[in-house]
Design a protein around this ligand. Structure first.
Ligand SMILES: [Zn+2]
Ligand SMILES: [Zn+2]
Length: 95
């Protein structure tokens, strides 16, 4: 399963995920783009369908990320608590 770095914007409570690394299954799916048989199909059937590769994390009752790591706690390798940068989620609302 793919792994992510979680970014938590402390002031507004938004979170976002950055892909840290692809797993082998996802890489295999991506490489289908280079296969001639796949390319001959009218629409490249690119649907990685890797539900376990979506970012997944645990949150406490206040919506803050749980910084417990290990089995069952999701696929976020670590969290960055951001106090200084403008939150892109809030930017979108303002735009
Ligand atoms: Zn994956
Ligand atoms: Zn925000």
């Amino acid at each position: 399963m793919c792994q992510y770095v979680g970014i938590s914007y402390v002031e507004c409570g938004h979170v976002r995920f950055q892909l840290h690394c692809f797993c082998q299954q996802m890489l295999t799916q991506l490489q289908r783009i280079n296969e001639p048989e796949e390319q001959e199909q009218h629409a490249l059937p690119f649907d990685p369908d890797q539900a376990q590769c979506e970012p997944y994390a645990l949150f406490d009752e206040n919506g803050r990320p749980e910084t417990r790591y290990g089995p069952g706690s999701g696929n976020v390798l670590w969290w960055v608590f951001n106090l200084s940068e403008q939150c892109p989620g809030c930017e979108d609302v303002r735009a």
